[in-house]
Design a protein around this ligand. Sequence first.
Ligand code: PGA
Length: 251
Amino acid sequence: MRKPVIAGNWKLYKTTDEAVALINGLIPLVKKAKGVEIVVAPVFTVLGKVKSAISDSPIKLAAQNCFWEEEGAFTGEVAPKMLVDAGCSHVIIGHSERRQYFAETDGTVNRKIKAALKAGMTGIFCIGETLAERDAGKTWEVLDRQLTGGLAEIPAKSLEALIVAYEPVWAIGTGKTATDDQAQEAHAFIRGALAKLYSRQVAETTRILYGGSVKPENIKGLMAMADIDGALVGGASLKADSFAAIVNYQE
Ligand code: PGA
């Protein structure tokens, strides 16, 4: 059984006071959530404060990025073991905004995934096609390339600590969600690709999240799809009530 995951990606939002207010507002609202893993990904500077706030709750902490080296002369970077030290169990890797604005490639994503896994973290590995790629009929080719490149030399056993997030770039922050069927079609394709790269068993046990304008209004339909195992939520994770409504989609 694949336990659903609802992860909130806070992106470049929330100062300390705002982050603490958000997490303290969220905790009581998701207290009764059962059978769903809840993850929040704040900016680096507030990880410690958010960690303290969630210490008695089942909410897990993620970072939004990491570097692939453990330490060294790499000004401005943060290593996975430092994220673990700050209380993170998860890390988002290869988000489309990082690929788009910070020149991340399938190769760097691959190095980051390996480093995160080595540090004992769960990686949330993001893939997804742009609108131009979809319109050109290249969606499957792009997903295949991102999966193959991102997972190069990563053994099947490590996939236990990996979550895949399918985020069509055209649906991120645009209010334009993929339809349930579009998302399901892509998730089924990704599961098939994982079966080819690894095995049917790996494909059946790996969780695949959908991301891109997930809201309280569309989460139920998405979660009803056979291959959608959760959501990576941006905008709607910045308010306690909307994120809680997504976490509590089963109610
Ligand atoms: P969005 O962002 O929910 O605001 O579209 C999703 C993401 O980028 O992870």
